[in-house]
Design a binder for this molecule. Sequence first.
Ligand SMILES: [Zn+2]
Length: 67
Amino acid sequence: MAIDAKGLLAQVQANLRALESCPVHDFQREDRRPMPARYRCSRCGAEASLQFVNGYQQGRMHAGAPK
Ligand SMILES: [Zn+2]
């Protein structure tokens, strides 16, 4: 099966645009067993890893945002 590099790049760029344009993410866990879980923002639809979500939540906490 060939990899659609252009299509994959377009998906990554669209996800980055969503991440950057959303004022406040609300990440929800998506179970994808046997693959590792991913997180999707219920507001912008962006997908993120657990590491990204943890860093995002810690950054909000350090900035004094409500939980
Ligand atoms: Zn969002």
